[in-house]
Design a protein around this ligand. Structure first.
Ligand code: PEP
Ligand code: MN
Length: 337
């Protein structure tokens, strides 16, 4: 429910609405606008007495939240959420670029990739230690050894790291190494995992499932938010369609739509979105033009030798050129890089 306070409602009347609901076990979110304050109240299935709340001092009206992804909705939380990752803010004017190889393959590969993306201006480093591969015969990742390598490379480059966690029981382990926990497309509706990353209170990047609607993505985000973890970043990474020339169909309309429906930052992954390195630059530019708050780009020092996703990985020089061209698009749409 959204409680719209009267213009000039006193602090005491606003506090009364919040405290009374929180004491009864509801979650609240306060948005202070120029003219009036809005209090969002979520009951997690418990009924709310709209009439009674409407009669409280200072309340103008109480209206139900219509969107099913309540905590993720703009109705509940009108202002943009900004996610801070060790001093890097995602969701403000600056477009945040997260780059690195698909998988951690070893210390040399990871350090070479990290230095290259950092030199080109990337803000964060990606690399999978636990890889959700379609085939059980494909490289599955280095596991905890991969996490240790990521931590060493963060030490050497000071780039924050994002890495995937596939299993709720692995959340404590991955949390000891990673700055951001990635929930992959295949796990977008793994509710036990969503609850575990929610509980971790660590920033989470939630990738859209390859067969998932925007509404389903937002409901999954609401699971994480329901644990009081507000640091959630959404990622559009392409959906499966009848088209076969690309690995997925990158749904760039999701970017402005998500920004309209929801308050969370939105990142685009043109690497998994297309599966082809040649398409990564044009779609990166388009994503930023469409309003993306960040990009997730696979970069490998030697894509021809990559243990996973070499065909969609940029060489460092191409990534550096992309960053140059991105700067111009970012500026054209009032953003910085
Ligand atoms: C990844 O980013 O490492 C990955 C596996 O992507 P997705 O979950 O989108 O397939
Ligand atoms: Mn990959």
């Amino acid at each position: 429910m959204i409680v719209v306070m009267k213009r000039g409602a006193t602090r005491a009347s606003i506090a009364n609405v919040i405290v009374r609901r929180e004491q009864a076990g509801y979650r609240t979110h306060v948005s202070e606008g120029e003219e009036r304050t809005i209090v969002g109240i979520i009951g997690n299935g418990r009924p709310l007495d709209r009439e009674q709340i409407g009669r409280m001092a200072g309340v103008e009206r109480a209206v139900p939240i219509l969107r099913p992804f309540k905590l993720a909705s703009r109705e509940f939380h009108p202002h943009d959420t900004v996610v801070d990752i060790n001093g890097i803010s995602i969701g403000l004017q600056q477009v945040i670029v997260i780059a690195g190889p698909c998988a951690v393959e070893g210390p040399e590969q990871m350090l070479e990739a990290a230095r290259a993306v950092k030199d080109a201006g990337a803000h964060m480093l990606r690399g999978g230690a636990f890889k959700p591969r379609t085939s059980p015969y494909s490289f599955q990742g280095l596991g905890e050894e991969g996490l240790r390598i990521l931590a060493q490379v963060r030490e050497a480059t000071s780039l924050p790291i994002i890495t995937e966690v596939m299993d709720p029981q692995m959340v404590p382990l991955v949390t000891t190494y990673a700055d951001v926990l990635q929930v992959g497309a295949r796990n977008m509706q793994n509710y036990a995992l969503l609850n575990a990353v929610g509980d971790s209170q660590r920033p989470v990047m939630l990738k859209r499932g390859m067969m998932s609607t925007i509404e389903e993505l937002l409901m999954s985000a609401a699971y994480i938010l329901s644990h009081g973890n507000e640091r959630v970043i959404l990622c559009e990474r392409g959906i499966r369609t009848f088209e076969t020339y690309t690995r997925n169909t990158l749904d760039l309309s999701a970017v402005p739509l998500l920004k309209q429906l929801c308050h969370l930052p939105v990142v685009v992954d043109p690497s998994h979105g297309t599966g082809k390195w040649e398409l990564v630059e044009p779609l990166s530019l388009a994503a930023v033009a469409a309003g993306a708050d960040g990009l997730l780009i696979e970069v490998h020092p030697h894509p021809e030798d990559a243990l996973s996703d070499g065909a969609q990985s940029l060489k460092p020089a191409r990534f550096a050129a992309l960053m140059q061209n991105l700067r111009a698009v970012a500026e054209a749409v009032g953003r910085t890089l």
